[in-house]
Design a protein around this ligand. Structure first.
Ligand SMILES: [Zn+2]
Length: 448
């Protein structure tokens, strides 16, 4: 049984330029990625006549989990009262969302706080947080009649788009920097049938090229500059609030790469607050790798200066190896309005935090571990108190980058511009040369 909302809401939404000096609005059916008038980023917003029955939403969303319909089971589409689509839309879905929120006692102890929860977006169908946004962006691509969908990617977006394009039977082109994305992510995109175009340069040069190529309308661009991606990703805020019985945490800490995540979470919590489904927003803080930290530099230095891209970003956390984050203005809004911080962590801090998260039985990719490394610093600085409620958002599954994991545990990890990373919490394989007696000796030692 599909539980339907009471009316068709799609026409009540519009695309709105976020620049205060512009605020131009456009129909949600217009195939644009930025404001045609001023080049500003776009938000999708409901107009003033939209008034969902807020007091019924919590039970409606929860009850959908017992339905058998895909649009109810999806952890994105079950929140569709706040998505800019007709109730009749058939979503391109892989049953994304509904990801676990784990208690992580070892990680909490590492950060010297009483408790820490990990919201693991790596539990999505293609193993990363990108799926919650991609289901919405590809559904919009189908609605617009697009034939070719495309993105630039550090790997996770590629894997996600490739899967959703395959489900929608759309042609898919992915632009990646040669030799700079993990083998696992590349393998995913190939298996899902996407055409992978490897180009010289880095993610930022891929992004620049594909934005120019999308201008003539020949392809539909689904990077997070596309506001429909953010619409899907904002549902993570709804789901997290629901998992905490609508008591928002004091702190929500996310990795910072292209900055779509922090933007989307800010938007999601802002919408819940406007509907009075929560009574305040969590402090949203963003953690960047120190070699790829243009947002942290801007946030903590001279705000009156122009935003400076990092021309040559460096980090082993390839998912956030981005020097020109397209969503920085939206992310800035989310951090500022919630009183959060933006900080950096070193390659060594990321590697150690990743190993600690693993000891909680939760595997993540390196970029995700910036959160735990960052929380440890934010507690040491006094910004996070030991007894506050803290959630770290993990963005990708541990199998996204196994080369990194194996090198860390064999004490063989080397970062560009940094040198050797110590496997401080390494857990290398044990070579057992002899027979059963030697094996028994090893096992006996393990049980003592
Ligand atoms: Zn504008």
């Amino acid at each position: 049984m599909t539980i339907q909302p009471t009316n068709d809401i799609a026409e009540l939404f519009e695309q709105r330029c976020i620049e205060p000096s512009c605020s131009a609005t456009y129909s949600i059916g217009e195939r644009i990625y930025v404001c045609p008038r001023c080049g500003g980023l776009l938000d999708i917003e409901a107009n003033d006549s939209y008034a969902p029955a807020a007091d019924t939403l919590k039970s409606l969303w929860l009850n959908r989990k017992t339905s058998l319909a895909v649009s109810d089971i999806s952890g994105v589409w079950r929140f569709r009262e706040l998505l800019p689509f007709s109730a009749k839309i058939i979503p391109v879905s892989l049953r994304e969302g509904n990801t676990p929120l784990y208690e992580a006692p070892r990680s909490a102890a590492y950060c010297a706080i009483n408790s820490l929860k990990l919201k693991h977006q790596g539990a999505n169908p293609t193993g990363s947080f990108k799926d919650t946004g991609m289901t919405v962006a590809v559904t919009q691509a189908v609605k617009l009649g697009a034939r070719l969908v495309a993105c630039a990617s550090t790997g996770n977006t590629a894997a996600s788009l490739a899967a959703y394009a395959a489900r929608a039977n759309l042609a898919c082109a992915i632009m990646v920097p040669t030799g700079q994305i993990s083998h696992a992510k590349l393998a995913q995109a190939l298996d899902y049938g996407a055409k992978v175009l490897e180009i010289e340069g880095n993610f930022d040069s891929c992004m620049r090229e594909i934005r120019i190529l999308s201008d003539d309308g020949s392809l539909y661009l689904v990077n997070s500059i596309n506001p429909f991606r953010i619409e899907g990703q904002k549902t993570v805020a709804f789901e997290l609030a629901e998992q905490l019985n609508w008591q928002v945490p004091d702190h929500l800490v996310v990795p910072g790469g292209n900055l779509g995540n922090s933007s989307a979470l800010g938007k999601g919590f802002r919408e819940l607050l406007a509907l009075r489904l929560i009574d305040h927003m969590p402090r949203i803080s963003v953690v960047q790798a120190i070699g790829a930290a243009p947002f942290a530099s801007y946030f903590n230095e001279d705000r009156s200066a122009t935003f400076q891209d990092e021309v040559n970003p460096k980090t082993l956390a390839s998912a956030i190896k981005i020097g020109a984050p397209v969503s920085w203005k939206k992310a800035l809004r989310a951090v500022d309005e919630t009183g959060g911080k933006v900080l950096t962590v070193t390659e060594q801090e990321i590697a150690n935090a990743k190993a600690i998260i693993g000891r909680d039985g939760v595997g993540c990719e390196p970029a995700s571990a910036t959160t735990v490394a960052g929380i440890r610093k934010l507690h040491a600085d006094g910004f996070i108190k030991s007894d506050e409620t803290v959630v770290a958002l993990l963005t990708g599954n541990v199998l996204k980058d196994t080369d990194y994991v194996n090198k860390y545990h064999s004490d063989n990890l080397v970062a560009e511009g940094v040198g050797a990373i110590s496997g401080s919490y390494r857990n290398p394989p044990i070579k057992v040369a002899g027979g059963r007696d030697e094996l028994r000796d090893v096992l006996t030692q393990l049980s003592n």
